[in-house]
Design a protein around this ligand. Sequence first.
Ligand SMILES: Nc1ncnc2c1ncn2[C@@H]1O[C@H](COP(=O)(O)OP(=O)(O)O)[C@@H](O)[C@H]1O
Ligand SMILES: [Mg+2]
Length: 241
Amino acid sequence: MLRVDEVSVSFGGLKALDAVDIDVDTGQVTGLIGPNGAGKTTLFNVITGFQRPDNGEVLVDGRDVTHAGPKKRARLGLGRTFQRLEIFGSLTVLDNVLVALENGGLRGRHAREAGIDLLRRVGLERSALTQADVLPTGMARLLELARALACRPRVILLDEPSSGLDGTESAQLGRLLVDLAGEGMAVLLVEHDMDLVMRVCTRIHVLDFGRIISVGAPAEVRTDPAVQAAYLGGASTGAER
Ligand SMILES: Nc1ncnc2c1ncn2[C@@H]1O[C@H](COP(=O)(O)OP(=O)(O)O)[C@@H](O)[C@H]1O
Ligand SMILES: [Mg+2]
């Protein structure tokens, strides 16, 4: 459903991505992990059209979108959440979702019902009328996810969705991602919560200094000496490098 082929990006002398290949299949949650500064967010930006690659291609459902802008890609079914939150703080939680639904053509009662359904899915229905900028970070991330889902993406990219969530919320998020995949979505998850990644992903790609150093099932990746070395040798998996 989503293919990244030989993508490279340099920032000045720094190779943020070096000939990166990844595949994300429909019906699965695919993981992208790696120490901070590995290039995960840069890769998301390339996939969604916010960063032009120096080399390589991005294909959505077999279609080359490498030179398409973010809006065109969104129309082709690519949805994302941002690591930096992109919600409208002065609007209520429900209105944030309604804006996205209305962009998609829904109006009035239909939009409202769809909005409440989406909030229920992400576990925010009780905060529907809360002003968005008073939400704790974790819940704001869930709101971002609801907004992304409002656009009915076929592929969804999530950049560290569990940061700020407690264990229960994070487990709930994991179940939602598995459900979305089960409904036929292709999910690409960037996440530093290894328990969550190992639990919900069927395949994991590991980036380190801009290169894919390992790909496989969770058990394979976890025991790969190259992955262990990257995490031990690099920064911790928590804060930004
Ligand atoms: N716009 C930019 N300009 C210069 N360097 C950047 C830019 N964006 C990211 N980088 C650098 O590229 C590398 C990869 O960053 P990033 O993709 O944010 O990593 P991750 O999301 O895995 O933590 C880092 O060294 C970062 O400092
Ligand atoms: Mg990042």
